[in-house]
Design a protein around this ligand. Structure first.
Ligand SMILES: [Zn+2]
Length: 223
């Protein structure tokens, strides 16, 4: 099932976390920036909300584009410094099913969690209520607790990969590891592999021999 994902990181530029976290908006756009390369490599279509777009503009864009899913990325406040763990808020059962996968993926990273619930129906929130697509608002962790901030900032790359994998799977696509993507691009640029190489297939001995000889010739030429 291929669809357009609408990514809506927090626009709360005045919601500041502790321990140098900065703002929720800043951190959630950094998270989105880390998620997007995974979606690009997997061929997932998405729209990223403009940083300063209002909630109503985001909903209008999401509905206008016929988004298949609307995902809001947030960090949580109001835990009094003693709360940590992910919470997914949803409107419909489709949003709940996706939220459950997100929460499970985060907890599988070993994220510390002291919540009595990690999933909650919340039909009052504007972006959940007014979007035509199933929607989920993920509170990745609490930015007012040291435990939450440590997870949000130190493990951003892992969080991004975990969220991206849930999206990619729901989209019916294959996750492409980041290192493979980077090395593949570089190998094509160096002329070691043709641009139409299928990177998911195993290498034959003949291809390995070709690569080895190309490398030796390159080294002899001092490239
Ligand atoms: Zn928020």
């Amino acid at each position: 099932m291929s669809k357009i994902w609408y990514l809506s990181p927090s626009c709360q530029g005045t919601n500041v976390g502790i321990n140098g976290y900065g703002t929720e908006q800043e951190q959630m756009y950094l998270l989105a920036d880390a998620i997007i390369p995974h979606l690009d490599r997997a061929g997932v279509s998405f729209i990223l909300a403009d940083r300063d777009a209002s909630l109503s503009r985001r909903v209008t864009e999401s509905n206008g584009a016929g988004a298949g899913f609307h995902l809001c990325l947030h960090s949580n406040a109001g835990g009094g410094g003693k709360a940590w763990g992910p919470v997914a808020l949803y409107y419909s059962s489709a949003g709940e099913a996706f939220g459950r996968k997100l929460v499970d993926a985060l907890l599988a990273l070993g994220q510390a969690n002291n919540r009595s619930y990690n999933l909650k129906q919340q039909q009052g929130l504007y972006e959940l209520r007014r979007t035509a697509a199933p929607a989920c608002l993920l509170e990745v962790d609490f930015h007012d607790s040291a435990v939450g901030v440590e997870f949000l900032t130190k493990r951003r790359g892992e969080i991004a990969e975990a969220i991206a994998k849930v999206i990619i799977e729901a989209d019916g696509k294959q996750f492409v590891p980041v290192t493979a993507g980077e090395y593949a691009d570089e190998a094509v640029r160096l002329g070691l592999f043709p641009p139409d190489t299928n990177w998911q297939t195993a290498m034959t001995c003949e291809a390995a021999a070709e690569l080895a000889v190309k490398l030796i010739h390159k080294m002899k030429r001092g490239e």
